[in-house]
Design a protein around this ligand. Structure first.
Ligand code: ACM
Length: 704
């Protein structure tokens, strides 16, 4: 820990020194890097009262006002807008829609990359911003705002060096996926996220609206999807004990987006050139819908509660005609709400156990002439594809839709690495690259103590992702539509944490998606990053900021220890307290066991520890082996400390009894350690009678 962080800061400082103050103007803090940038001498000074010529075309006028608003919000500079048809152009900022170059495009679509192109011409007397489409003008406004927030951002003027920028994107699809099912975010947050995406020239918000743990989209025809499916009791003893006085039962967690709210969000997204691609996941990740409407189930009895465990459930929709009708009715409302060309139907992680075990499904397969369950999923997805085609939309799904055969016009979102994209391209299909773990933003950005998936995916890892796989033949490269980062929220409970996990990694994925390969330069990106971080501060984004680790000390959090094994290591948040800060624990849920490496015991007389207890809330599937428990000596169990390996001598035992009644973390009384010389690896494990709750180490401290 800390090594990579220190490197990031030192590297940025070195680059700043190398380019120096004067040359900084040649490397303006624009992210993503523009395709062409030509520096000139002199500069245009923008200050309050500088004239802004607003175009007549109302769509183009929006871009000019957007620029003015951003400048005022972040720099306090108020421009004088001039809306007259032929305003004076002397010392002014001119936004111009160049009608001659307007690309004819009847249906706004994120795949029209010419429409996103723009030019900015800056001389000491004038700034002229031009594009052939309002979408390009919007991005010109973003770039110009970035030029006004590069370098020194103090004072009442922005000095914009003279230059010419001609810019357009490399890829049409520059996406971010937000999982609003596992945890719910407010409509206000979604609107804000869309604004922030636009400031990165990200143009697709893939909205994961349904899953096992919730259904979040109001469907008028099926109200139980949200009245039942949008609510659950969170996992854990703390939530179970949190009784709602109105019902006498545990308080429910949840929420949903009404159609009116969705229309408001979609309209706002359209103004920011963000296409919202809704995802209705099927045939798996469907528990919430099946609980709401049990006739959709593949098993009898149908699951009865929207549960709060993470992982992969075996619940699949059945394949009755009435179920297809149900899903088509849902999609009919979805396409009315979302103008996006693409509609995502999931298709991921559909374990086939229930279909295999059901005589009814097996009979239906024979009736349909479908040879196996993979082909049944293909038939299922194919029917949805036909329905969407009939509504002039296109189906996109996770790469599992390739299995068992894929409908001819389907698009693949490659998440299990990039193999899905390669297979799709070879078969003539388009794809979007969003591989785990590199573009999974629920991974942690460093080895800090935040909750998240254990893999550390740094800013540099994201930046170095190659969106054009080397194995892809040149003739198939056009099948790569672009890139997308996915913010899954099992371990991201709050909106602030969404921000923390997303930024600044979103800046890296934005540059990978937008900038030409010859513009991709990690050192150059680092040099521009301080300006971007400063913008995040001005905008109120709670971005991750790299930290320099302190000296190792005698107290180590679970994140500073080594996991004994690396089966399923997660950084899990405590389920308590219900409000306020919660601890997070790094733990291998298959084997909660930690190593304190090379502890110098020469002066150590004892050890104490803080422990938490977590609900064992994981759907691990039938194949996963849960390890044997270590039998306790006392009814409540103990934390055992062993020396020189996990089978070594037991040198301390800390009884868990003081922690039993406390759902949050508990500091256990210290245990004595007999004197030893030298350094030793310490192994820490719990003894207990059952897997639930799972005891976890918060921190351990050697006492001298
Ligand atoms: C996925 O991560 N199940 C697409």
């Amino acid at each position: 820990m800390g090594g990579a962080g220190l490197k990031w800061i030192v590297m940025a400082a070195t680059v700043a020194l190398m380019v120096g103050g004067g040359a900084r103007a040649a490397v303006p803090g624009v992210i993503p890097a523009p395709a062409h940038l030509e520096s000139r001498s002199g500069a245009f000074v923008i200050r309050t009262g500088t004239r802004l010529l607003v175009p007549q075309d109302p769509r183009a006028a929006r871009a000019a006002r957007y620029f003015a608003d951003l400048l005022q919000q972040t720099r306090g500079i108020r421009l004088a807008t001039d809306e007259s048809p032929a305003g004076h152009t002397a010392h002014s900022v001119v936004f111009r829609l160049d009608a001659r170059r307007t690309v004819s495009s009847k249906t706004p679509s994120s795949t029209d990359s010419n429409a996103e192109a723009y030019a900015i011409d800056i001389s000491p007397d004038r700034i002229v911003v031009s594009a052939s489409d309002p979408r390009g003008l919007l991005y010109a406004a973003v770039t110009l705002w970035q030029l006004c927030t590069s370098g020194a951002t103090q004072g009442d003027s922005a000095v914009v060096p003279s230059m010419k920028i001609v810019d357009s994107p490399r890829f049409a699809w520059r996406g971010l996926m937000l999982d609003s099912a596992r945890h719910y975010q407010s409509p206000e947050f979604i609107l804000q996220l869309i604004d922030w995406m636009a400031l990165h020239k990200l143009n697709v918000l893939h909205w994961h609206l349904t899953d096992d743990q919730a259904w979040r989209l109001e469907i008028k025809r099926y109200p139980r999807l949200t009245s039942v499916g949008a609510w659950r009791v969170p996992a854990g003893a703390a939530a179970a004990a949190d009784i709602d006085p109105a019902t006498g039962r545990p308080r429910l967690y949840g929420g949903f987006y009404s159609q009116e709210t969705v229309r408001r969000i979609v309209a706002h997204a359209s103004e920011r050139n963000v296409t919202i691609v809704p995802e209705i996941d099927m045939p798996g990740h469907a528990t919430a819908a099946i609980v709401a409407y049990p006739r959709l189930a593949s098993v009898v009895p149908a699951p009865a509660t929207v549960t709060s465990n993470w992982g992969v459930y075996s619940n699949l929709y059945n394949v009755d005609e009435s179920t297809f009708e149900f899903l088509q009715n849902v999609l009919a409302e979805v396409v009315k709400l979302f103008p996006s060309t693409y509609v995502h139907v999931g298709g991921d992680e559909a374990l086939k156990d229930q279909w295999k075990a059901s005589p009814h499904i097996q009979a239906r397969m024979r009736e349909l002439g479908v040879p196996n369950e993979e082909a049944l999923q293909s038939y299922f997805v194919g029917r949805m594809g036909k329905f969407l085609s009939a509504h002039r939309r296109r189906l996109i799904g996770w790469d599992e839709i390739l299995e068992g055969g894929i409908a001819s016009d389907a698009t693949v979102m490659s998440w299990r690495g990039i193999d899905g994209a390669l297979a799709a391209a070879a078969a003539g299909h388009d794809s979007v690259l969003s591989p785990s773990p590199t573009l999974y933003f629920d991974t942690r950005q460093s080895a800090d103590t935040q909750p998240g998936r254990e893999n550390v995916v740094t800013l540099q890892d994201v930046y170095k992702f190659n969106p054009m796989p080397a194995a892809l033949p040149v003739g198939q490269q056009h099948h790569i539509l672009g890139v997308q980062a996915n913010v899954w929220t099992e371990h991201i409970r709050t909106e602030q944490r969404v921000e923390y996990m997303t930024f600044p990694r979103a800046a890296a994925v934005a540059e990978v998606g937008w900038s030409a390969p010859e513009r991709l330069d990690w050192t150059g990106f680092l040099a521009r990053l301080p300006d971007q971080m400063n913008r995040y501060r001005m905008l109120g984004i709670h971005a991750y900021e790299d930290q320099i680790a302190g000296e190792p000390h005698l107290k180590r959090s679970s994140h500073d220890l080594r996991s004994c094994t690396n089966e399923i290591v997660l950084s899990l948040e405590d389920d308590a307290p219900l409000s306020g800060e919660r601890a997070a624990f790094l733990v291998d849920i298959m084997n909660p066991c930690w190593i304190y490496p090379a502890a110098d015991l020469s002066h150590v007389t004892g050890i104490d520890a803080s422990v938490g207890q977590l609900p064992f809330e994981f759907q691990l599937g039938a194949d996963v082996h849960i390890p044997k428990l270590n039998p306790p000596q006392t009814p409540a169990g103990e934390l055992e400390v062993r020396i020189d390996g996990c089978n070594g001598e037991r040198i301390a035992v800390l009884p868990l009894q003081p922690a039993v009644a406390n759902n949050a973390v508990t500091e256990l009384p210290a245990a004595k350690i007999a004197h030893r010389d030298g350094t030793h690896d310490l192994c820490m494990k719990f003894t207990q009678r059952s897997h639930d709750p799972m005891w976890v180490l918060d921190w351990v401290r050697l006492v001298e």
